[in-house]
Design a protein around this ligand. Structure first.
Ligand SMILES: [Zn+2]
Length: 267
């Protein structure tokens, strides 16, 4: 990120501190992709950044944002902070909150956190088994890098939307940056427990209907409260439909179900 020659640290695509939010002390998290579904302690990381650049991402985004995510047991500080103010718009599908009016929401840190994850995915494969970067942001990857270093503002054709879980189930999962379904712009999303971020890139994005709800475009800094769990579970189910379940996973599943609890992985 600094373009200097330095010793590299092991950098996580999604912050290391999010993993404990996706597992219990007793069971490992389950890694899911199109080919395999397995319990594992492995994390998605790579030698990517120097210590100073890791420190930048931590200080300017992760350290403030990760503690606000949903955790086992029901605590969800981001949700609780949002609800201290009234929404400025309520529709059948969502409530819109103005983070500009909420001193407990640090918008620059939220934006830095999100942009940091999209940027990392745009410059490395993170062990995906291919040499390709996780996502292709083209020349805009460089614009994001400059923003993260505090050397430039986000370009006008980049918009970031933040959505927070409105429902009672806070899906305890992480989804790496992946193409979204917006047809008009380049669009990727990622999910961390209780929060989804989407990036939209393209000419005219600020004038589009989706930009109205983007945190770096609208001066009220909108954050959307929407049901996320079903969509995120559905996304994982769709992409893992043909995945092989390891024996360890089947044994763990059987053990949990023998205790009278239901496990529907990826459902
Ligand atoms: Zn560096």
């Amino acid at each position: 990120m600094c373009r200097e020659e330095k010793k590299l640290c092991m950098s996580h695509l999604l912050s290391k501190k999010i993993y404990p939010l996706c597992r219990t002390d007793e069971f490992e998290q389950v890694a899911v992709n199109t080919k395999v579904m397995r319990p594992t302690v492995k994390q998605t990381k790579a030698y990517l950044l120097c210590e100073a650049c890791e420190g930048n991402l931590s200080k300017n985004g992760e350290r403030i944002t990760v503690p606000l995510l949903s955790r086992f047991g029901g605590q969800f500080p981001l949700y609780q902070r949002l609800l201290k103010k009234k929404p400025i718009q309520v529709t059948e599908s969502m409530s819109v909150y103005a983070a500009a009016d909420n001193p407990e929401i640090d918008v620059p840190k939220l934006v830095h956190f999100g942009i940091g994850i999209f940027w990392k995915a745009s410059v490395h494969s993170f062990g995906s088994g291919s040499d390709c970067h996780r996502i292709d942001l083209g020349e805009d990857s460089e614009a994001l890098r400059l923003f993260l270093r505090g050397e430039a503002l986000l370009p006008n054709h980049v918009a970031l939307a933040v959505a927070v879980e409105s429902g009672p189930i806070h899906y305890p999962a992480m989804i790496d940056p992946f193409p979204g379904d917006n047809q008009d712009f380049m669009n990727y999303f990622f999910y961390v427990p209780g929060m989804q971020m989407q990036i939209y890139i393209g000419d005219g994005v600020r004038e589009s209907s989706s930009a109205k709800y983007c945190i770096n475009v609208n001066p009220i800094y909108p954050i959307l409260l929407v049901p996320l769990a079903k969509d995120m579970r559905g996304f994982m189910a769709k992409h893992s439909a043909a995945a092989y379940k390891t024996e360890k996973l089947l044994n763990t599943t059987a053990e949990i179900e023998a205790r009278g609890m239901s496990v529907k992985l990826g459902d």
